[in-house]
Design a protein around this ligand. Structure first.
Ligand SMILES: [Zn+2]
Length: 217
């Protein structure tokens, strides 16, 4: 699933943040989201969650949705057993540390062909990709480029890829208020992925569930 078709006039956007929980930046993202009454979705890496459970709890307490992003941010081809370990161990830790459960999965690197997405689908997860990338993992681009990428690409039903963890995300923190401000002025509201799915037109949701493997790379 990359985006959803919404009823006419529904201007909803789902911002997603990958690779946390992460010191400093995750909480800074929470502060910024709060200023705009924005809900978002955080895709966690299990080994980061193991280190920073107290940050994770703040995300859940603030009302955001969470998803599974594997234990070790695995890009490579994995056996079904390894896929199970990557995804199940992370889900178990999410349940233990935040008393929440998730059926959202995002494959690291957006790789749909290395066995992870296949396993997640077999376990009933929705595989959540994105339709607009901020490209905020670009090591050189200025933060204004991240904001431009999102402001130019946003449409009703868009899922936006950003990162709160995995490295120095100060530029993402610079871009985020500009993104929220710009989209809010266009009349958008910011919802979690489950909230976006709940507003999707039924036939669109059916199609995305039935054919996730055909999504473009
Ligand atoms: Zn990632």
């Amino acid at each position: 699933m990359r985006q959803v078709r919404l009823p006419a006039g529904e201007k909803l956007i789902a911002l997603t943040f990958d690779d946390g929980p992460w010191p400093v930046t995750t909480e800074a993202v929470l502060d910024i989201l709060k200023r705009y009454q924005a809900r978002a979705t955080f895709f966690w890496v299990g080994k980061n969650l193991e280190r920073y459970p107290q940050i994770a709890r703040k995300v859940v307490e603030a009302g955001h949705a969470v998803g599974d992003h594997t234990w070790s941010h695995q890009y490579h081809k994995v056996t079904p057993q390894a896929a199970a370990k990557e995804i199940d161990s992370t889900a178990a830790l999410i349940a233990r540390d935040t008393e929440t459960s998730t059926r959202l999965f995002r494959p690291p690197g957006g790789n749909l062909k290395n066995g992870l997405a296949k396993y997640a689908l077999s376990k009933g997860y929705t595989v959540v990709m994105w339709s607009v990338s901020s490209a905020d993992t670009d090591p050189k681009a200025p933060w204004t480029a991240f904001a431009d990428n999102v402001l130019r690409g946003a449409r009703p039903g868009t899922i936006v890829l950003m990162h709160d963890g995995g490295g120095d995300r100060r530029r993402t923190l610079e871009a985020l208020p500009v993104i929220l401000e710009g989209l809010q002025q266009q009349g958008y509201r910011f919802v979690s992925v489950p909230e976006l799915l709940a507003q999707a037109q039924p036939q669109e949701l059916e199609a995305s569930r039935a054919r996730p493997a055909q999504a473009r790379p």
